[in-house]
Design a protein around this ligand. Structure first.
Ligand SMILES: C[S@@+](CC[C@H](N)C(=O)[O-])C[C@H]1O[C@@H](n2cnc3c(N)ncnc32)[C@H](O)[C@@H]1O
Length: 213
């Protein structure tokens, strides 16, 4: 499937999902918080929320970077971004930049200190997308990613269920057993917290030198 076909499919899914997305995904709220703790955003920093969707993570990131920091969220889905723009907790945040665009081509300000990939499986399967997004961060920037992954192979009935239940959220099922595979190649000090009996992972590392443009 081409990038354009994948994006069109994702856009259709997220058009439907946008109004009910936050409620439908409330069971992963704690995992998203865990990923943000792994990212460890600090006062004064610039943080990118890649594939920010309805902006669930944005209030937490804004609070962590404080008024002297900046948060940049981007997403190709206008429907998801509309929900983010209406979010009460984001009203009046003048250090928040929301950009509509897909990861492989979005134009982002340079020099970010940290990049979050929260439930953005599709995006993290594309080296081209990762190169473009991570290219906007400084060498050594902290990166954290979280999403769903398959259980151990022998738990195949659960895995069949995961594939079915994620069909609206994921378009590219490559590396569904180890979704951090491509991202790991961009990072030093890479670490992933997960296990055979969980459907979650939280990965973290520091951006290798030589990527920033
Ligand atoms: C499951 S939602 C996650 C939203 C948010 N990060 C969260 O934690 O709730 C996945 C988001 O990734 C976005 N997405 C899909 N393909 C993308 C791409 N190629 N580049 C950037 N975002 C993409 C979708 O539009 C959607 O908003």
């Amino acid at each position: 499937m081409s990038e354009a076909e994948r994006l069109a499919r994702a856009a259709a899914h997220y058009r439907d999902l946008a109004p009910r997305y936050d409620r439908a995904t409330r069971l992963i709220d704690d995992i998203r918080r865990k990923a943000m703790r792994a990212l460890d955003p600090r006062p004064g920093e610039t943080v990118i929320d890649a594939g920010c969707g309805t902006g669930w993570c944005l209030p937490y990131l804004l609070e962590a970077v404080g008024p002297s920091g900046r948060v940049i969220g981007f997403d190709p889905s206008g429907d998801m971004l509309s929900v983010a723009r209406e979010r009460d907790a984001l009203r009046g945040a003048n250090n928040l930049l929301l950009v509509q665009g897909a990861a492989h081509e979005v134009g982002l300000p340079r020099g970010a200190d940290a990049v979050l990939f929260s439930y953005t499986h599709d995006l993290t399967q594309s080296a081209q997308s990762l190169r473009n997004v991570l290219g906007a961060a400084r060498p050594g920037a902290r990166v954290a990613a979280t999403s769903t992954k398959l259980y151990a192979r022998w738990l195949w009935p659960l895995n069949a269920y995961l594939r079915w239940s994620h069909r609206e959220y994921i378009t590219d099922f490559r590396h569904f057993d180890a979704p951090w595979t491509v991202l790991a190649g961009f990072l030093d000090d890479f670490r992933v917290d997960t296990g055979p009996f969980t459907q979650h992972y939280v990965a973290r590392g520091r951006l290798k030198a030589g990527l920033a443009r």
